[in-house]
Write a protein that binds this ligand. Structure first.
Ligand code: NAD
Length: 260
C-alpha cells in the first residue's frame, strides 16, 4: 500500500517508534530511522519487514533536542530519498518528580524532545508534502495529551502541546492531501515504562509483577498493555486511503484510561 513512499520515524531505534517503522515497512515504505543506541538490530528488523517490497532503510542520529541537527536530518532524508511522505514524530523521554522538585534541565529537555522537535520536523517536511499534495504527519502523543497525572508536569504539558500542534497542522492543510493526526497510547511496555515499573518495585519493595499490576490497575481498566505492533497498525490506517479525511484527531489506544 505504501510502496514508493518514504517514512521518517523519530526515536525509532526502540519501542513504539520501532513498532511503527516496522508496520510501515511491511506496507512497502522506505524508512528513515532515528534515535540513540544500537542501530543494526532495528535496521535489520525493519529491512526484514519490508523485504518483499525491496525497501531501503536509512538512518540519521540527530538529537531531537537540537534544531540544527533536526535540520541536518531532514536534509539527509530529502537528499537520500527525494522527500519525506510520512513523518512520524515519536521520540520522547520521561521524568517523574513533583513540580517543586522537578529539575529545570529535565523540564527543558522534555519540552524540546517531546514537543519542539515535532514543530521543527513538521515545518521542514511540509513544503514538499504540500507540493506533492500528499503527506501524513503522525504525532505520537499520549493519553497524557488528554488527561493529567501527578508528578509528570513536563510530560503532560508537552503531550497536551503536541495534541494542540496536531490540530493546527491539520487545519492549516485541511484543503490539501496532507493530514495530521495524533496517537495517544496508554501504557506500552517499552524501556520508557519499564523504568517506571522498576522505580515502583524498588520504592515499595515489591516484585516486578506486583508493580506492573499496580501500574495497570491505577489507570488502565483493560489491565493490559497496548503493544508497539497495535500502534503500528493505527499508523498504517492513518496512511491508508480510508484515512484521507481523518484530520486533527487525537486517537487514544489506552485500554479505557481516558474513558473514566
Ligand atoms: P523508548 O524509550 O522505548 O524509545 C524512545 C526512542 O526515542 C528511542 O529510540 C530513543 O533513542 C529515542 N530518543 C530519546 N531521546 C532522543 C533524542 N534526544 N533524540 C533522538 N532520539 C531520542 O520509549 P517509547 O515508550 O517507545 O516512547 C516513544 C514515544 O511514545 C514517546 O514520545 C513517548 O512519550 C510515547 N508514549 C509512550 C508510552 C508508553 O507507555 N511507553 C505511552 C504513551 C506515549
Amino acid at each position: 500500500m505504501l510502496k514508493g513512499k518514504t517514512a521518517l520515524v523519530t526515536g525509532s531505534t526502540s519501542g513504539i517508534g520501532l513498532g511503527i517503522a516496522t508496520a510501515l515497512a511491511r506496507q512497502g515504505a522506505h524508512i528513515v530511522l532515528n534515535g540513540f543506541g544500537d542501530v543494526e538490530a532495528p535496521r535489520a528488523q525493519v529491512l526484514e519487514a519490508g523485504k518483499a517490497a525491496g525497501i531501503k532503510v536509512g538512518y540519521h542520529g540527530a538529537d531531537m533536542s537540537k534544531a540544527s541537527e533536526i535540520e541536518d536530518m531532514m536534509k539527509y532524508a530529502a537528499a537520500e530519498f527525494g522527500r519525506v511522505d510520512i513523518l512520524v514524530n515519536n521520540a520522547g523521554i520521561q521524568h517523574v518528580a513533583k513540580m517543586e522538585e522537578f529539575p529545570v534541565e529535565k523540564w527543558d529537555a522534555i519540552i524540546a524532545i517531546n514537543l519542539s522537535s515535532a514543530f521543527h520536523t513538521t515545518r521542514l517536511a511540509l513544503p514538499a508534502m504540500q507540493q506533492a499534495n500528499w503527506g501524513r504527519i503522525i504525532n505520537v502523543a499520549s493519553v497524557h495529551g488528554l488527561v493529567g497525572s501527578a508528578q509528570k508536569s513536563a510530560y503532560v504539558a508537552a503531550k497536551h502541546g503536541i495534541v494542540g500542534l496536531t490540530k493546527v497542522t491539520a487545519l492549516e492543510n485541511a484543503s490539501t492531501g496532507v493530514t495530521c493526526n495524533a496517537i495517544c497510547p496508554g501504557w506500552v511496555l517499552t524501556p520508557l515504562v519499564q523504568k517506571q515499573v522498576d522505580a515502583k518495585a524498588a520504592a515499595q519493595g515489591i516484585s516486578n509483577d506486583e508493580a506492573t499490576k499496580q501500574l495497570l490497575g491505577e489507570k488502565e481498566p483493560s489491565m493490559q498493555f497496548t503493544t508497539p505492533e497495535e500502534l503500528g497498525e493505527l499508523a498504517v490506517f492513518f496512511c491508508s486511503p480510508a484515512g484521507n479525511n481523518v484530520r486533527g484527531v487525537a486517537w487514544n489506544m489506552d485500554g479505557g484510561w481516558a474513558a473514566q
